[in-house]
Design a protein around this ligand. Sequence first.
Ligand SMILES: [Fe+2]
Ligand SMILES: [Fe+2]
Length: 165
Amino acid sequence: MAKEKTLEDLFHDTLKDIYYAERKILKTLPKMQRAAQSEDLKKAFEKHREETEGHVERLQQVFEILGKAPRGKTCDAIEGIIAEGEEIIDEFKGTSALDAGLISSAQAVEHYEITRYGTLHRWANELGLKDAAKLLQDTLKEESKTDESLTKLADASANERAKAA
Ligand SMILES: [Fe+2]
Ligand SMILES: [Fe+2]
């Protein structure tokens, strides 16, 4: 019979998944910043890169609360989302639709993070890990805010520019 596993195992496993994803995102955001055409979008990516450094640190604190070493586990989902984003950069480089495409790729990343942090936050509460729950919620809020600001940038200019060409 398989060894029994619990919510705590799931929590730890998912923590490793998002830890891998955040560090991958940290490496990818500068590429998106360089690719972006508008100054506003460049600034948005820079701001979120700084926040992402904080996300990695918060996750390290959550590992510490669990008494586990911070370790990532390959996250195929983020690999796929980022690979699609790189395709957009290649295929839309130099066109007026590029920024709208970059925003959509970045929002796919944010939504992935939101689903992970939403789950981890609920599980931390279930497990009575109050401090961990607070750390996860702080990041969840920043991911949601980033998602909203990206929508605003798309609505304010990027989508119009993409149509106008
Ligand atoms: Fe993040
Ligand atoms: Fe994010």
